[in-house]
Design a protein around this ligand. Sequence first.
Ligand code: BGC
Length: 763
Amino acid sequence: MRASRWRDSERIGDGLPGRIAGVLVCLIAAFHWTAGAALTMAPAVPPGAPEPWMNTALSPDARAELLQAQMTQNEELGLVMGYWGAKGNLYSRAVPREIQAISRDTAGIVPGIPRLGIPPLVETDAGVGIANGGNMRAGDEATALPSGILMASTWDPQIAFSAGSVIGREARARGYNVVLDGGMNLTRDPRGGRTFEYAGEDPLLAGTMAGAEVAGIQSEHVISTIKHFAFNDQETGRFEFSADIGEGPARESDLLAFEIAVGRSEPGAVMCAYNRYNDVYACENDFLLNKVLKRDWNYPGWVLSDWGAVHSTVAAAEAGLDQQSASGFDRQDYFGAPLAEALASGKLDPQRLHDMVHRILRTMFANGLMDAPALLPSPDIDAHLDLAQHEAENGIVLLKNADDVLPLSKQVESIVIIGGHADLGVLSGGGSSQVIPIGYAQLFQGPEDRVRTVPRDGRVFDPPSPLTAIAAEAPEAVVTFVAGDDIAQAADAARHTDAAIVFATQWMVEGYDAADLNLPGNQNALIEAVAAANPHTVVVLETGGPVVMPWLDKVQAVAEAWYAGNRGANAIARVLFGAVNPSGRLPVTFPQSEAQLPRPELPGKGLQNVPFDIDYFEGADVGYRWFELKDLTPLFPFGYGLSYTRFRTSGITAIGGATITVAADVANDGPLEGQETIEAYAAPAAADTDEMPRLIGWSKVDLKPGETRHVSITSDPRRLAAFDVLRHCWHIEPGDYVVRIADSATESGISVTVKLDEKDLPP
Ligand code: BGC
């Protein structure tokens, strides 16, 4: 029995009396959880306030009720129907002229109600900064932050919060009050096309980091949206597939990530996904929207659909969808007139419309949209670029550093930089999150031969260029660049320099998964040839997610820089030359090959518009837990990352009981200041357990040479529990657990055994 405590949570319990008692315990816990939320009392409206709902002493819910009482049903219907926000595009046929007149060339718009002072909701994508796909607002450059996976690699929620606040300020300066950012689908497959937008494979890490970013956005009085709820973990067949997974493992993996983010940040909106979950479209999925999100998590905000993710009127409304986004993307308008008809014919209870509107209005009040000035003065872009660089400096992951070749000596006399358009900038990911970065226009100015090298295939490079940033770090060196298309020429150039730095890229774009885990094109061969020509070859990866490295043994150093954003080049150069001691840790496992994945063949490959199922048979054993379960050795494990200094962790102690608190001393024994991330993993102690270790917490600390710090980490108890479907609660099985502090998911580190009490937690 004990061996499968986390896995068999859906199995019938030990006899009826036990089960009844269990349900009772869970219900009591759930009551305590929600009781506080119900007790909001509205104070009296002070005399002289312009409109009663503008009284900021009232709760957002009370204000929403007062405002809603003034609204006609038509006005209510207007607030639950969104439009594509771009002018003059192929969808404009569906957009009434008056909406086109107010659209702002952005992702979406929901008209306001001027007579009641309700502003329009103006939505922008902002996965890595204020998006401007296809440069549709010509010349609107914004701070291009590093990609989501780089943010997750910092393991620093404060940095994620700062990144969010950059987005919030730049959104508000443009008059956007809803940001479609907070992407956090789990990396179940490293080929996933949007891996770069998300926060990795672990629910605790992803939920914590994405939640912190959302909180940062909303700290600027801009509503944020976590997405894509839920299980939109690959792009292939995203409109068609059904992710099939039982409730217990679902709650312990992808849903837990969302639950943690919702708890940390109360995002104003949740975007339901394109795909189906257990056969039912996410945007009409009663289980996901009503039962999990709104009932169990007490979520007070609203659910808006992804662009083209709605398939019904009454079914979607009853399942918990609160707003159809971007009319014209769906096959037809399902809200708007059809919703009015459903209400008139009695097919839909008007209370549901009331609830949809209440959720939108109370969120607008809660985030200050009705009170704070809509527009901010121009933000301090230099400060934002500094933050972007700081994030990149904390999220670049050093994967290999043989013979301490890095940091490179500033005395090095000649360096050749090869490939990756490193003379232009660092690569960014494509799709709805695409930012036109600060300094982009300058790429198209200047010497003709340079301008000719700017790719015209949609790839956007964020300035400045690694070439200039590296030249600035090594002012005495002769730094040259070769494009890398001609392998022989690149190898020849490398043969005659002290060091060769190859920039290898993998361009990922929303809507497409990577065909495989190889660097595209000739890049593997290029690296092999350069490494054969120069013993001091360093590879800088600019990839959306994990890649394989058949040349790993032949190069001296590898740094994963992801898509590092504006000033990412400066961060890379500072890591390479030691101005920054690298501290990023992998938020995903790098496999040795596709054969190690739960589904070596990407599901749905080759299918066109055909529904198909993806059996998530690995359940909650995602990423490193899958590798552990199958006893597979990855290329690089989750949590891995090198430093230029040496850390030592000792003296582990732990306290059990209701949760685990683990502590240890961490010392910097090396010659340089640096940041160490102490990762804590736990698993049942039973030798025959089939429960894989879980990350239960971490702490990132800065240590001077010779310094020692005592670090303590307390687990979120849900991370120690299984979701008991029958009793509808989280359940911690009593017994011994091994807690390990280690440098990665595969390192044995130091460990201690601790006892946990039996405990139920609300769902
Ligand atoms: C994407 C969303 C995005 C929306 C609006 C969709 O295709 O999946 O992430 O927010 O478009 O641009």
